[in-house]
Design a protein around this ligand. Structure first.
Ligand code: C5P
Length: 286
């Protein structure tokens, strides 16, 4: 095998609770992560030596400050293999948007390199390499519906959700994750929502009960930095969504609709022309 193409799916958070600020500067979290059909595409081709990166996007760095590049570096330093890799990144997931686009790319590069060089992917070792690159990246290795704790790297697979029809809207504003967490600390709000009830719902019941605390503790902080989030959420509610929430540290907001055609209709009629908007659906682990 000389080359292969992989999907790198985005994620949304169905719930995100901040527990506390840790001594290492990270926040202890409880999250429900969910993969969606919106995805970057990555082509890996074997080369004689070194790592090179190119992309359809001119907004991304193509050197070793890019997480996809870092994942390749980590693969080659952890494994004795001959040769190098050319990475092509078709970018479809908005950047710095709360959808784990960069994390998804890094995890897909790691997964792909194990396949390309025909090495057995030892999941625990790979996850520990990925955790060094970013909190969300171990989750992005296999995705699905997952309960994540720690700083986001401690993972428990949950039963697959029945397919949800979504609209994802990203205002044309980039929100840096550390800035949102800092603002969360400044606002000093107490988190009170009942995560146990959410876990019980997802583990033992057929239907998602959206009236439980499916919330995101980062939402007030993100909204204070980007007032467009509120406006987007209002419009999504008016368009017939049964549920809306900020994803991760934002500014992406997702909406759940009872029917796919409602999501498509809402996308077609979306009034804010500068937003990135896409209909999508939840997907299972890959
Ligand atoms: O791990 P990652 O590189 O994605 O984190 C980026 C930043 O987001 C961290 O430096 C930290 O400021 C914030 N963060 C946090 N707690 C987490 C995850 C991220 O405070 N659990």
């Amino acid at each position: 095998m000389d080359s292969l193409v992989l999907n790198a799916p985005a994620k949304i958070n169905l719930a995100l609770q901040v527990q506390k600020l840790r001594a290492d500067g990270f926040h202890e979290l409880k999250m429900i992560m969910q993969s969606i059909s919106l995805a970057d595409k990555i082509k890996l081709s074997k080369s004689s030596e070194g790592i090179s990166l190119s992309s359809s996007s001119n907004e991304l760095p193509l050197d070793n400050s890019n997480l996809a590049f870092k994942a390749a570096e980590s693969f080659f330093s952890a494994n004795q293999v001959e040769g190098g890799v050319e990475i092509y990144l078709e970018k479809n997931i908005p950047i710095a948007a709360g959808l784990a686009g960069g994390s998804a790319d890094a995890a897909a590069v790691m997964r792909g390199l194990y396949k390309l060089f025909e090495l057995e992917e030892q999941t625990a070792k790979v996850k520990s390499l990925l955790a060094q690159l970013g909190s969300d990246i171990p989750y992005c290795l296999h995705g699905g519906t997952v309960y994540a704790t720690g700083r986001g790297e401690v993972l428990e697979q949950l039963p697959e959700l029945d397919k949800k029809h979504l609209l994802v809207v990203t205002p044309a504003v980039k929100l840096a994750t550390p800035t949102v967490y800092k603002q969360y600390d400044n606002l000093a709000a107490e988190s009170e929502f009942n995560f146990e009830a959410i876990l019980k719902n997802l583990k033992f019941e057929e239907k998602v009960n959206w009236s439980l605390d499916y919330k995101n503790d980062l939402q007030p902080a993100a909204e204070s930095l980007c007032p467009q989030i509120k406006e987007v959420e209002e419009l999504l509610k008016e368009s017939g969504a049964e549920f809306t929430l900020l994803s991760g540290s934002g500014p992406s907001v997702f909406a759940v609709y009872p029917l796919a055609k409602q999501a498509e209709q809402a996308a077609k009629n979306w009034p804010r022309k500068t937003d990135f908007i896409t209909a999508a659906e939840t997907i299972s682990s890959y």
